[in-house]
Design a binder for this molecule. Structure first.
Ligand code: ATP
Ligand code: MG
Ligand code: MG
Length: 550
């Protein structure tokens, strides 16, 4: 955004440019692990990395951090690419950490030869014991003093598949007394006899994040490697390997990860919701995944606006979900065409309107955008209005329909309630009205005032649709904050989905998947992929106003 001050990452970059570092080149990357679908937190990182590259005339790579075959899959790779594109970004190059397995292996050999790495045989439990705690210095493993020759031999045999999972690891000789626990001889390689989605059974040893990430950045000559704050304590390792291997010095910069109220974002937890069937897949419109937001009716523009408004922080914080919805309304207000739809119908019969007559009323598609033009809406003797727009015994200042009271039908006529029909339980089933033929278009020649305007659909023309009304998925601002021993899923909102039958303007029957509309006076809605010809399904993207603001 023009005009705002630089964030701290931009300040770092501009300082590097001023100092002529890397000849002023800016090269970032977005490095997802293909072990789940992207969420709004990733969107923040995508907007940041691609945005910086764009701003400084640089490049941004898409790199899959695929170093753990047990959890990763091409299904996720494909969805990640789709989501990045959908958000409006094109990567300059597509890479996979697995592209570098051979190089990483050779570098591990270099470190073994330098006496900096060793094969360790102690098991996980012993490893924990030897590592010590923050307050207790660790002890060196008895295998740390293995000769270079023995380490080279064992590492080769690890690669050749001579050992079982967990039997041996390759470790870096760090400092077993360091206050930074990560530096106490970090693992470089572990044995996993699992096929990898790209390299198949070529490898049975896989590099750890800390051993792989910096070198991958370095190989791609990434200048600024942006990650979230929890990696700050990993930075010494990032720099260590680069220095030991004397390779291109990429620089790691950390920023605060995005957290949003009433939302869980960890892929592990989202996967749990999918696996347990508590949501209908990764793209359930209640999910904070990009796919879920898209299906819900979010636009890429609204998400980019949000990422921009959130800004870049150095400290962890929690952003109110209403900011995301605010950005959505900002965007949809400008571009979503207006339609009339009744979600809780009450029949109105206009007793003095000729039977069989159908008039075509002019309706404005978008008051915010003249180029959107107009459309015709059929009007007839029997209509549906919103049940809430009628009250038999109205309070003061109820400007909608009530016995003896007049109201304006949007784009049509004034009508006045003359009587009601009730069922055996006393519930109003029909409202009988008269209309003023002179008020067509919404004004009466005698200039009399009618305060309220309500929407309607013609009963004989209306199209029935399944309408899914979503609410926030979790109750409580911080759903992960649960009493000791309780499951975080207790905070799920049991009413996050309500399904109703709506009566829509007939033009909506033809709407295509993901098409977005404002249902006048109700909210923003979008066509769901479950729609079938003649059986439309709409998702409520959001209400018109922040309905749960305090
Ligand atoms: P999760 O913890 O949700 O599984 P992750 O960090 O393990 O996320 P990755 O696939 O490794 O997921 O993330 C790819 C990139 O997106 C990383 O650079 C990571 O820092 C960034 N990222 C992930 N979550 C967020 C977030 N909530 N806010 C900002 N950036 C994020
Ligand atoms: Mg990660
Ligand atoms: Mg993770």
């Amino acid at each position: 955004v023009e005009g705002r001050s630089l964030n701290f990452i931009e300040e770092f970059i501009e300082e590097d440019i001023r100092n002529g570092k890397h000849a002023g080149r800016v090269h970032t990357r977005f490095p997802p692990e293909p072990n789940g679908y992207l969420h709004i937190g990733h969107a923040k990182s995508i907007c940041l990395n691609f945005g910086l590259a764009k701003k400084y005339g640089g490049k941004c790579n898409l790199r899959f951090d695929d170093t753990n075959p047990a959890k990763e899959d091409v299904e996720y790779v494909d969805s990640i690419k789709e989501d990045v594109n959908w958000l409006g970004f094109q990567w300059d190059a597509e890479y996979y950490a697995s592209d570098y397995f051979e190089q990483l292996y050779e570098w591990a050999v270099v470190l073994i030869k330098k006496g900096k790495a060793y094969v360790d045989d102690i098991n996980q439990e012993q490893m924990r014991e030897y590592r010590g705690t923050v307050n207790v210095a660790g002890k060196e493993s008895p295998f740390r003093s293995r000769s270079v020759e023995e380490n080279l031999d064992l590492f080769t045999r690890m690669r050749n598949g001579e050992f079982k999972d967990g039997e041996k690891v390759l470790r870096f000789k760090g400092d077993m007394t360091s206050p930074n626990m990560l530096l106490r001889d970090p693992l470089m390689y572990r044995i996993i006899h699992t096929d990898h989605h790209r390299t198949g059974d070529k490898w049975c040893i896989y590099p750890m994040y800390d051993y792989a990430h910096g070198q991958c950045d370095s190989l791609e000559k990434i200048t600024h490697s942006i990650c979230t704050l929890e990696f700050e304590v990993h930075r010494p390792l990032y720099e260590w390997f680069i220095k030991e291997l004397e390779i291109f010095p990429s620089r790691q910069i950390e920023f605060a990860r995005l957290n949003i109220t009433n939302t869980v974002m960890s892929k592990r937890k989202l996967l749990e919701l999918v696996k347990t069937g508590l949501v209908n897949g990764w793209d359930d419109p209640r999910m904070p995944t990009i796919g879920g937001l898209r299906r819900r009716g979010y636009t890429p523009e609204s998400i980019r606006l949000f990422a921009d408004k959130v800004g870049i922080a150095r400290r962890d914080n929690v952003i109110d979900l209403s900011l995301l919805e605010f950005c959505l309304r900002e965007d949809l207000n400008k571009r979503a065409e207006r339609r009339m739809a009744v979600l809780n119908p009450l029949k109105v019969v206009i007793t003095n309107y000729p039977e069989g007559l159908v008039e075509e009323m002019d309706a404005i598609n978008n008051p915010e955008d003249e180029t959107a033009g107009k459309r015709k809406v059929s009007f007839s003797r029997e209509l549906y209005i919103e049940r809430d727009d009628f009250m038999e015994v109205p309070p003061k200042k109820f400007f909608r329909l009530a016995p003896g009271q007049e109201v304006r039908l949007r784009y049509a006529y004034f009508i006045k309630c003359e009587s009601v029909v009730k069922d055996a339980n006393g519930e109003v089933t029909e409202v009988h009205c008269t209309y003023d033929p002179a008020s067509r278009g919404g004004n009466s020649p005698d200039g009399r005032k009618v305060q309220g305007t309500i929407h309607w659909v013609s009963a004989q023309h209306a199209v029935k649709a399944e309408v899914r009304l979503f609410d926030r998925m979790f109750l409580g601002e911080n759903p992960e904050d649960v009493p000791e021993g309780q499951d975080w899923k207790i905070n799920l909102n049991p009413d996050s989905l309500k399904v109703v039958t709506g009566y829509l303007e007939p033009s909506l029957a033809e709407a295509k998947n993901l098409e977005k509309f404002q249902f006048e006076r109700i909210g923003y809605f979008c066509v769901d992929k479950d729609s079938k010809p003649g059986k439309p399904v709409f998702n409520r993207t959001t209400t018109l106003k922040d309905s749960w603001a305090k």
